[in-house]
Design a protein around this ligand. Structure first.
Ligand SMILES: *Cc1c(COP(=O)(O)O)cnc(C)c1O
Length: 470
């Protein structure tokens, strides 16, 4: 007999539905078609090139998803005793070790849930370090004008003030400007290397030395790790801490604010300040455990040990490629960016300003300023037009130091055929800009929704949808 008796008869009449719930009744086939179609109305990295610079939108191997969904990972509880989750702790420990090997640093925290969160966590570590050393007056973070917007935002949230320094003509840090900014108030500097125009800061060793001599610490915004991983060790450039966007560099689906991981790696000097718990290994007992007893640790920034599923995907990706594969991925990403940059430079009306002629790392900034002056077509209109060719547009209007910026990052996953296609599309858009600019003002045409009003979408987003309108 059914153990759950039907109680609808016992419900008071006024609580009962007058009419059946207005749910659509659809067959499985109809539902599958509906969702497959919806998935194709949006552009994803599984559908075509995704040039969104700084975001490293690379292919996310499906095996990562399979592994992250293993029931033995999905069904554990963070409060389980360490003895019952040895395998999961071992994987977190191995990821810490892998990130140490790739970065050259001494210790890792997997807690931060995004790059920006890694910045915030590291800045809290800076604060604790200075306080411990009787340097509590160090309240200022220096940030180049080419930095990602999260850098100043994280600094302010962590209780610092910020001091912006202007980049040199070549887009690199201006050493004299840096010297002028350093003082006994300097807590540290945040540097992106390769920087946001895709160029390696050639004076990085000297820059780190100057900041250290002034008593400050040096933070590496490691979002661009794809351009140097396996080739150089960030620790050897002189940085004290870095974050890696595991969801970018190490292939987890991201965007739209979903779960990420902004793991930070630090030197021995900063290790005591990492948030608890840190996953440790007792070799004598062959036992993995979470160390909570860390007297100098900063306050928690995330529950337990971070976003476990993203950590699993990152480890699967790193192990699948191995040390040589990581280096090869980086080299191919750099080769692809430089090839595409040269094809863009063949186009009349498109420039790649700042550090002209200097090879890029994993990305480059194209600027259609001459084309805009001639035809009125802006970076945004070029970006929108690309969608009609099944290409996700580059990042636009960032970094701010390049006018009409189109920040292009093809990543290592694109073939030469695919890169040539992108370049040919760009050439066609440039041609249309001259022949029929009106058309580009209205593009895209082939997408599910044509030109959206970006400002309204940003300021008053509509985030819910009613199934049945009255
Ligand atoms: C993506 C990015 C960040 C922030 O990372 P999130 O994971 O999006 O918080 C910071 N700096 C740079 C250069 C980035 O590209």
């Amino acid at each position: 007999m059914c153990p759950f008796p039907d109680v609808t008869d016992k419900l008071p009449a006024e609580m009962k539905r007058k009419e059946p719930a207005g749910l659509p009744e659809l067959s499985e086939a109809e539902i599958v078609r509906h969702y497959v179609r919806l998935s194709q109305m949006n552009h994803g990295v599984d559908l075509g090139p995704y040039l969104l610079g700084s975001c490293t939108m690379k292919y996310n191997p499906k095996i990562n998803e399979t592994i992250a969904r293993f029931p033995k990972f999905v069904n554990i509880h963070p409060k389980q005793p360490d003895a019952t989750v040895q395998g999961s702790l071992e994987l977190l420990y191995r990821l810490q070790e892998a990130l140490k090997a790739i970065s050259g640093f001494d210790a890792t925290s997997l807690h931060p849930a995004a790059g920006a969160h890694g910045e915030f966590t590291a800045l809290k570590v800076f604060k604790a370090y200075h306080k411990k050393n009787g340097q509590g007056q160090r309240t200022e973070i220096i940030i180049p004008d080419s930095a990602h917007g999260t850098n100043p935002a994280s600094s302010i949230l962590a209780g610092f003030s910020t001091l912006e320094i202007i980049s040199g003509e070549d887009g690199l840090i201006d050493i004299e400007a840096l010297k002028g900014a350093l003082s006994d108030k300097t807590a540290g500097i945040m540097i992106t290397n390769p920087n946001t125009i895709g160029v390696f800061e050639k004076d990085i060793v000297e820059i780190c030395k100057l900041v250290h001599e002034a008593g400050g610490l040096v933070y590496l915004d490691g979002a661009n790790l794809n351009g140097i991983m396996g080739v150089v060790l960030p620790s050897e450039m002189g940085f004290d801490v870095m974050h890696a966007n595991l969801h970018k560099t190490f292939a987890s689906p991201h965007g739209g604010g979903g779960p990420g991981s902004g793991a930070i790696m630090v030197t021995k000097e900063l290790e005591p300040f990492l948030p608890a718990p840190v996953v440790k290994y007792d070799e004598a007992k062959d036992y993995y455990y979470q160390e909570y007893d860390l007297p100098d640790a900063i306050d928690a920034v995330h529950s337990y040990y971070g976003n476990f599923g993203v950590c699993l995907r990152a480890l699967a990706y790193i192990y699948r490629l191995g040390g040589d594969g990581i280096r090869e991925a980086c080299e191919n990403a750099v080769l692809n960016a430089n090839y595409l940059m040269h094809r863009f430079l063949e186009l009349d009306g498109i420039e790649v300003p700042r550090a002209e002629g200097v090879p890029r790392k994993h990305e480059f900034i194209a600027s259609p300023v001459p084309l805009k002056e001639e035809t009125g077509i802006s970076a945004m209109e070029i970006a929108k037009a690309m969608l009609d060719y099944q290409i996700h547009c580059p990042t636009v209007y960032f970094p701010l130091i390049v006018p009409e910026a189109l920040m292009v990052e093809p990543t290592e996953i694109e073939s030469k055929i695919s890169l040539d296609y992108v370049a040919d599309v760009m050439a066609e858009i440039v041609r249309i800009a001259r022949e029929d600019p009106e058309k580009l003002h209205k593009a895209p045409f082939r997408t599910a929704i044509s030109k959206v009003d970006d400002v309204t979408a940003n300021r008053s987003p509509v985030l819910s949808w009613k199934m049945m309108e009255d």
